[in-house]
Design a protein around this ligand. Structure first.
Ligand SMILES: Cc1cc2nc3c(=O)[nH]c(=O)nc-3n(C[C@H](O)[C@H](O)[C@H](O)COP(=O)(O)O)c2cc1C
Length: 360
């Protein structure tokens, strides 16, 4: 079931990078929710390549069609099938890589696992697979916003060694994030990041970084003890995104350098009930949301396919030099922002329905 996520809000993605189409089937969405392609397309537009000179010049429009599960703009409660046709295919770009597994990509491991693999574009390991996640994530977001008022916003918080200054998690919006091509709402840092990514691209290299995500207005009580803790489910979802290498929630690894007296989040009385004064917990305690904003950070590696020549060996063990010809991203972070938001939405939608199922 490696292409399926979720227990009650269940999503299966399908499609390889260069087959006829990619997408997802969403099973478990509540009925009578207003949903059309217009709810889904904006997030796909934020993921698609060719948005700026910072990403790959591949030009894929990635238009989504809802094949089933809605009528007259309302969900029917039945499986929602979402399809995006693959258009801008240039399998020729991958010719020189057919017999050479790309260092730090998934060509070797797919071949070892299945004894066969998609001949170009990375197949299921390509970021085109994430189209299904983003389309399904938009459905989950619509359900979360309509039924609970949950808002999810992610942004690029570092690129290489450039760290963004503090961003206000309570007020940051997607339009603030989208003000620049790098998707970092702190403008001076964004400028430095853009310069760095351009320099890296000129050197035919790639660069990694981090994305921070906040989920506001999650009610207290979502997340399951013991194995389906909210942070465990989020970590699993985030680390399933291609090129991710790390996950931390709340104070994360930095919290290891604090004392308990600084790190504890004291309870205070708020309008809506008990809240906490600080939020080093990242909105989750004992695996269950406490009503404070849920926030976490995801680390992305510098992606594998680079134009520089790399010494390696082919599938027969013969020494060779690989110079990738494809049109690849020097830094995937700006395009990964909607993927992080979508995966967060899929997890929260599932945990919300699980909690609903407890109601008498
Ligand atoms: C939005 C996005 C775009 C990506 N584009 C590329 C790319 O152009 N070239 C590449 O080598 N990897 C790219 N990747 C990463 C690969 O898909 C990933 O490294 C590969 O599947 C191997 O998996 P792993 O890095 O998680 O081990 C991209 C990832 C994301 C999230």
């Amino acid at each position: 079931m490696s292409s399926t996520i979720g227990t009650l809000f269940r999503v299966t993605t399908f499609g390889e990078s260069h087959c006829k189409g990619v997408g997802a089937v969403v099973d478990g969405c509540t009925p009578k929710l207003q949903l059309t392609e217009e709810d889904i397309q904006p997030q796909l537009d934020r993921r698609r390549p060719g948005q700026s000179d910072l990403s790959t010049p591949r030009d894929e429009a990635d238009h989504v069609t809802i094949l089933s599960g809605t009528e007259n703009g309302l969900t029917l409660g039945t499986p929602i099938a979402l399809l995006v046709h693959n258009r801008d295919q240039k399998p020729g770009d991958y010719k020189e890589m057919q017999n050479i597994p790309r260092p730090s990509h998934a060509d070797y491991t797919y071949q070892m696992k299945y004894g066969i693999r998609a001949s170009s574009g990375g197949g299921r390991s390509s970021a085109r697979e994430a189209i299904g996640r983003v389309a399904a994530g938009a459905v989950a977001e619509k359900m979360l916003l309509s039924n609970y008022g949950v808002e999810i916003v992610a942004w690029v918080s570092s690129a290489g060694s450039i760290q963004s200054n503090q961003v206000d998690m309570l007020t940051v919006t997607r339009s603030m994030v989208d003000k620049n091509t790098v998707r970092c709402p702190d403008s001076p840092s964004a400028k430095s990041m853009e310069e760095l990514i351009r320099e890296v691209a000129e050197n035919k290299d790639s660069i990694g970084g981090t994305i921070t995500c906040v989920c506001r207005s999650c009610p207290a009580g979502w997340g399951e003890p013991v194995f389906d803790k909210m942070e465990a489910r989020l970590a699993q979802a985030m680390l399933s995104i291609p090129a991710t290498k790390g996950f931390e929630i709340g104070s994360g690894f930095r919290g290891t350098q604090m004392r308990g007296s600084e790190h504890n989040d004291p309870f205070i009385q708020k309008k809506s009930g008990l809240g906490t004064f600080t939020n080093f917990s990242g909105g989750v305690q004992g695996g269950i949301s406490n009503g404070e904003p849920v926030y976490f950070r995801v680390a992305f590696k510098p992606v594998a396919t680079i134009g520089q020549s790399q010494k390696t060996v082919d599938f027969n063990g013969k020494e060779t030099v690989l110079e990738a010809k494809g049109r690849h991203d020097p830094c995937v972070l700006p395009r990964a922002v909607p993927i992080v938001e979508s995966m967060a939405a899929l997890v929260l939608a599932d945990l919300a329905l699980i909690q609903e199922s407890r109601k008498p």
